[in-house]
Design a protein around this ligand. Structure first.
Ligand SMILES: Nc1ncnc2c1ncn2[C@@H]1O[C@H](COP(=O)(O)OP(=O)(O)OP(=O)(O)O)[C@@H](O)[C@H]1O
Ligand SMILES: [Mg+2]
Length: 376
């Protein structure tokens, strides 16, 4: 129970020239924890609201458990939704807030008592049941909102940025609670966030959206290691992947990446992917994550990693890691380094890359050409 299918779903708001959700096509398995992530305005909430029945679908079909849902009213969808602004009833106690949905569904009284108490125990709010929302902290309100959704025991949970009003510590704690809850209850979860760290830690699969269009659907690790395009590569990961413009050329049977400042002999692992590449592709963007950028205190010759000179612009120490910002000509790169070696502004270390961990994208379309899983 709780499987969901979007079949080429569109949402076009009245008077808008572009669809807010453009050809959303995806099946979600029952019990899955799916996260929708993307920048503000990319269509996450609209997608969720169409799933909940709060927003009309302009085109395409929505199925829940293989039943056609487009015209089914929200209350008949067996879905519970948690919003960013908890939307608790101020005049009702915590107990009454949690029980309300059950009452409306004519759940027997003893069953309501049982469920409210169980949920309160799970969320550690048993001692708050008689309070009004105004007497709760932000995190407690959030847990009441979660409790209200959970008490209904729906087949599908929808959550739209439910943690965004919480401070960092409470956020991490509630995040862990939601993950545990979902795995205990084994209900389908569709969770919206614009925070890529939240997406990566919570989802079993992540949908990255931009301008209403799905960019990639993949488990977290795969999204990180094999981004399908420049947008995903830049969006997932912090600090973000470094990008360097240049060309890929074939010389005497070997592939090189080069620009004014560097010429890298690429390992043969990429050959098969470059061979499939459209010959018309001239300009590429090389992508390399900060942890795969290598710095050496002075310029030494090392062909294998193609070291070139760079200039340090600043260093950021976060505790466990140091991030060194360097310039190579016009390219700016960030290297994650061992905090044991310190670099200061205007130092000129040599910079190289872990050559097995490079990504190459078509500069025009942004589509991934080579790199990621296949090349490693
Ligand atoms: N009722 C509406 N009428 C017209 N346009 C709307 C309406 N609601 C949303 N939009 C537009 O649709 C697009 C998608 O909005 P949506 O709320 O789904 O984005 P989002 O990904 O949830 O963003 P955020 O992270 O800021 O919450 C935006 O361009 C938004 O301006
Ligand atoms: Mg939103």
């Amino acid at each position: 129970m709780g499987s969901i299918t979007f079949n080429h779903v569109f949402k076009q708001y009245k008077g808008e020239s572009r669809p807010a959700v453009n050809d959303f096509h995806l099946s979600i398995e029952e019990g899955e924890f799916l996260v929708l992530v993307g920048p503000s305005g990319c269509g996450k909430s609209t997608t969720l609201r169409m799933l909940a029945g709060l927003e009309e679908i302009s085109d395409g079909e929505l199925y829940i458990d293989e039943k056609f849902m487009n015209y089914v009213s929200p209350k008949d969808r067996d879905i519970a939704m948690v919003f960013q602004n908890y939307a608790l009833y101020p005049n009702l106690t915590v107990h009454e807030n949690i029980a309300l949905g059950l009452k409306l569904r004519k759940t027997p009284k003893y069953d309501i008592e049982l469920r409210v108490n169980r949920v309160a125990k799970i969320l550690e709010i048993s001692h708050l049941l008689d309070r009004k929302p105004s007497q709760l902290s932000g995190g407690q309100k959030q847990r009441v909102a979660l409790g209200r959704a959970i008490a209904r025991e729906p087949q599908v949970f929808l959550m739209d940025e439910p943690l965004s009003n919480l401070d960092a510590k409470l956020r991490a704690q509630t995040r862990a609670e939601i993950i545990k809850l979902q795995s205990d209850l084994k209900r389908t979860m569709v969770y919206v966030t614009h925070d890529q760290v939240e997406a990566m830690t919570m989802g079993t699969r992540i949908v990255v959206m931009k301008d209403g269009v799905i960019q990639q659907v993949a488990p977290p690790r795969q999204l990180y290691d094999e981004p399908a395009n420049l947008f995903v590569a830049g969006f997932i990961g912090s600090p973000q992947m470094n990008f360097v413009e240049g060309n890929v050329t074939l010389e005497e049977g070997r592939y090189y990446f080069s620009n004014k400042r560097m010429k890298l002999l690429l390992p043969r692992a990429y050959d098969a992917q470059f061979e499939k590449m459209n010959r018309a592709v001239r300009n590429v963007v090389l992508g390399v994550r900060p942890e795969h950028v290598l710095l050496k205190p002075s310029e030494e010759s090392d062909d294998e990693n193609g070291f070139v000179a760079s200039v340090v612009q600043m260093t950021e120490v976060t505790g466990a890691d140091s991030y060194v910002y360097v310039a190579v000509g016009e390219s700016k790169l960030i290297a994650r380094t061992d905090p044991g070696i310190s670099y200061s502004k205007d130092d000129i270390p040599a910079i190289g890359f872990n050559m097995k961990k490079l990504h190459f994208f078509d500069e025009n379309t942004g589509v991934s050409l080579a790199g990621g899983g296949e090349a490693q």
